[in-house]
Design a binder for this molecule. Structure first.
Ligand code: GLU
Length: 424
């Protein structure tokens, strides 16, 4: 009998509900008309695939995968592919919608999509990962396309998987098509600056917000929850701007140092330790829960959804939350955050540096020309700062928190484009 990965246990809050509740508030403030509301509230297309993969032991396992296209109003849909044991369809739907809003907030010509495969990348060999990535690509060859739907890395995937995806797609089409996917290795048409782009954008957003709040980075402290690609780069770049990073965490727990964590050293430790901080010694071990409510100025959740919830929001002490992850705050926690006067730079703004540089990668692929790192960073920083100001201005105009302001900016842009296009 074929072995199939068990369906994930859904004891978490529903990220799609979290997305919709903010969407509804912004839609009401904007007076969004019913036609547009109905178009935007459900994804355009949801594809579920079941792909058989031969494992190293010779047995064939069937993996369930998804690709959800939320919207193509602004252009071809864009969004990462998540490989995780607990990924589920409602999560992928929320992540796809967040991509629509994210691309609209930073004003790049993409719609939103997201992919997912239920699997455990940490327990799979490179060969198994390659066969799975290629099988997933084959199953979705008619969905993907440089003018149609452009995947990218997300949790559990990186440049290596994007190379396989590009290669498999190109083989099936009979020619090399770089622009079908972003986040590729540099030698395969990747862009300089893409790997660190999300973390860099988090840093730029944090600096912009601190400026508005009159906080001096050199006199401020922060904790970073999640030390993967986004968290580690955000920590490094924020510490280079003078912010003292008192704690960092990953699935192995949280690590605290009153004098500040030496981020370069922690990254090196992690890189030599299979990507984990487990056993990191130059810090006191605390729990992830303690880290989130610790006494710091800035909290950067940079891992998964729903870590700031009604269970811990009361105890949060930070003045500023910069969301490196997608959906780290459950909608039920929003009101208390607002009552406490905490400023939140929401996910669809704070972590949009990644998709912005993905867009640059796609542009370079289509031009057949490579930009310098300085050009990439300068343009990404300009877009992030302009987007921050746009959202900040909307928050003042409508007298709403930054999160609702970001949704207002995004929905307004998508709705206006829909009107010009005359629907479908
Ligand atoms: N997965 C990233 C995100 O959630 C990047 C998506 C992309 O570059 O298309 O924003």
């Amino acid at each position: 009998m074929l072995y199939k990965e068990p369906a994930p246990i859904k004891d978490r809050e529903n990220p799609f509900e979290s997305m919709m509740s903010r969407f509804n508030i912004a839609a009401e403030i904007l007076g969004l008309d019913e036609e547009v509301y109905n178009v935007l509230k459900t994804p355009t297309r949801q594809v579920i695939v079941n792909v058989p993969v031969t494992m190293d032991d010779g047995k064939v396992r069937v993996f369930e995968g998804y690709r959800v296209i939320h919207s193509t109003i602004l252009g071809p849909s864009k969004g990462g592919v998540r490989f995780a044991p607990d990924v589920f369809l409602d999560e992928v739907k929320a992540l796809a919608a967040w991509m629509t809003w994210k691309c609209a907030v930073v004003d790049i010509p993409y719609g939103g999509a997201k992919g997912g495969v239920i699997c455990d990348p940490f327990s799979m060999s490179a060969g198994e990962m390659e066969r799975l990535t290629r099988a997933y690509t084959q199953a979705l060859v008619d969905t993907f396309g440089p003018d149609q739907d452009i995947p990218a890395p997300d949790m559990g995937t990186g440049p290596r998987e994007m190379a396989w995806l590009m290669d498999e797609y190109s083989r099936m089409k009979g020619s090399t098509i770089h622009a079908v996917v972003t986040g590729k290795p540099l030698v395969l048409g990747g862009s300089l600056g893409r790997v660190e782009a999300t973390g860099r954008g988090v840093m730029v957003s944090a600096m912009a917000a601190m400026d508005k709040l009159g906080m001096d980075p050199a006199k401020s402290t922060a904790v970073i929850q999640g030390f993967g690609n986004v968290g580690a780069w955000a920590a490094k770049l924020m510490s280079e701007r003078g912010v003292k990073i008192l704690g960092v965490s990953d699935v192995s727990g949280a690590y605290w140092n009153d004098n500040g964590i030496d981020i370069e050293e922690a990254i090196e430790y992690k890189n030599n330790n299979k990507g984990r901080l487990e056993g990191y010694e130059n810090a006191e071990k605390i729990s992830n829960d303690e880290l989130l409510v610790s006494k710091v100025d800035v909290l950067v959740p940079a891992a998964v959804e729903d870590v700031i919830t009604i269970k811990n929001v009361d105890q949060i002490q930070a003045r500023l939350i910069v969301e490196g992850a997608n959906g780290p705050t459950s909608y039920k926690a929003d009101n208390i955050i607002n009552e406490k006067g905490i400023m939140v730079v929401p996910d669809i703004l704070a972590n949009s540096g990644g998709v912005t540089v993905s867009y640059f990668e796609w542009v370079q692929n289509r031009m057949g020309f490579k930009w310098t790192l300085d050009r990439v960073n300068e343009r990404a920083e300009r877009i992030m700062n302009e987007s921050f100001e746009r959202v900040y201005a909307a928050s003042q105009k409508y007298n709403v928190p930054m999160r609702i302001a970001a949704y207002i900016v995004a929905i307004d842009k998508v709705a206006m484009t829909y009107k010009y296009r005359g629907g479908f």
